[in-house]
Design a protein around this ligand. Structure first.
Ligand code: S3P
Length: 449
């Protein structure tokens, strides 16, 4: 969805205890990958629990445009008939990835080693995000990209007709870049190697192994060394997508800061490369129990029981940043309600997300009476203690779903309502956010209703 609709201002009022069961949607990262790898397999991949948010629906449409059959057969249930590695056909029109950096970057990787051309665009947020982090490595395979100044969308990618395998050290901790290189490596003969100094989410590696690719992961002197043997035949899979820990973070954190709350969030992924927020919350003194730990669809999952807690500020170590990169906005909200200072270091990647998240959180928290400090790579929040955030401010969300949801959670525990200028982008990752939070007891209203 690149032509964004009129803004949807929203207000979150202070509310009573949150209670009940929060069934959050499927994991966004895994949903994108299930569609893309399903499209590159030969035969029918069946997916259950797919996130039906706009980001993922845009990836589904893109896979159709590259020649795969992609069909919804029930709520969250999808069937993909793939074209095989190297089998993508040239899209007839521009590929619009909407708000999704993951969508566009993974798809660019997946098509970069096939001799076709594709033109990509997205919404105002995506068109402002850096793509050189993808066009640099895919050029090593032999692809060429023509984008706007600064390597921005819209961008044409001319895939390599005779790709060569690549050895690539990630210049930044990014699962999107790692995944783009691995997906490009699928259609290159020989071994493609990616080295990452810091572990980032490993869903691509897990899923490639599940689809039958030859892939190994070893620890080397420079970090994780991932080796993929190119040109496999991928076998179609049945994929059960676990619930998204990044979406679960919103009801979990809201319950921690709204006094008297007690909620359960079932079936949430506990993948260690995604669990940094939960480690941090426990260090802050959060009452969270991880019940019924089990493995579903190749991913560890658990049911989370969360009760409101008096929290203390902590220092989040920089090496944890990659495992909670999408959770810093909501952690900043929790930190504002804790006692003492919370320091988040090593977070500069937040500046190139759907918005500059350090800046967006800093401005919005200040508008609601919270003191913060920031520099290029750091966010420091002065906790005000439980229930002491004044609120009453209006926050700019900059087409960023996680900024919007974080400030709605701030309002639930503040003294006065918190407003956002636009909650429209929430549908990209968590289309049922308002209903789900409302059912738990939150009071979120749209200004135009
Ligand atoms: C994602 C990786 C992260 C994350 C994004 C999803 C993925 O981005 O912020 O929401 O699915 O690979 P980076 O790779 O840019 O850190």
């Amino acid at each position: 969805m690149s032509a964004h609709a009129a803004p949807t201002p929203m207000t979150s009022r202070p509310c009573g205890p949150l209670k009940g069961v929060a069934e959050v949607p499927g994991d966004k990262s895994i949903s994108h990958r299930a569609l893309i790898l399903g499209a590159l397999a030969v035969g029918e991949t069946r997916i259950t629990g797919l996130l039906e948010g706009e980001d993922v629906l845009d990836t589904a449409a893109a896979m159709r445009a590259f020649g795969a059959e992609v069909e919804q057969v029930g709520p969250g249930e999808w069937v993909v008939n793939g074209v095989g590695v190297g089998g993508f056909s040239e899209p007839e029109n521009v590929i619009d990835c909407g708000n999704s950096g993951t969508g566009v970057r993974l798809i660019m990787g997946a098509m970069a080693s096939t001799g076709i051309t594709a033109i990509f665009t997205g919404d105002g947020s995506l068109r402002s995000r850096p793509m050189a982090r993808i066009t640099d490595p895919i050029s090593l395979f032999g692809a060429t990209a023509y984008g706007r100044d600064g390597g921005r969308l819209p961008m044409a990618v001319v895939g390599a007709a005779a790709p060569v395998p690549v050895r690539y050290e990630l210049p930044m901790p990014s699962a999107q870049v790692k995944s783009a290189v691995l997906l490009a490596g699928l259609n290159a003969p020989g071994q493609t190697v990616v080295i990452e100094a810091e572990a980032t989410r490993d869903h691509t590696e897990r899923m490639l192994a599940g689809f039958g690719a030859e892939i190994s992961v070893e620890d080397g002197p420079k970090g994780r060394v991932i080796t993929l043997t190119g040109q496999p035949e991928l076998s179609p899979q049945d994929i059960a997508v676990p619930r998204d820990p990044s979406s679960a973070a919103f009801p979990v954190c809201a319950a921690l800061i709204v006094p008297g709350s007690d909620i359960t969030v079932p079936g949430v992924s506990r993948n260690p490369t995604r669990s940094g927020l939960y480690t941090t919350l426990v260090e802050m003194g959060a009452d969270i129990s991880f019940e019924n730990e089990r493995v579903e669809g190749g991913e560890p999952v658990a049911d989370l029981r969360v009760r409101a807690s008096n929290l203390r500020g902590v220092e989040v170590p920089p090496e944890r940043a990659a495992s909670m990169i999408d959770e810093f906005p909501i952690l900043a909200v929790v930190a504002a309600n804790a006692t003492g200072t919370t320091v988040m270091r090593g977070v500069k990647e937040l500046r190139v997300k759907e918005s500059d998240r350090i800046d967006a959180m800093a401005r919005g928290l200040q508008a609601n009476g919270v003191s913060i400090e920031e520099d290029q790579d750091t966010l420091i929040v002065q906790g005000m203690g439980p229930g002491n955030v004044p609120g009453g401010g209006t926050c700019a969300t900059h087409l960023d779903h996680r900024i919007a949801m974080a400030f709605m959670c701030l309002g639930m525990a503040a003294k006065a309502p918190v407003n956002i200028d636009d909650g429209g982008p929430i549908v990209t990752s968590f289309p049922i956010f308002e209903t789900l939070m409302g059912d738990l007891g939150a009071q979120i209203v749209r200004a135009n209703r």
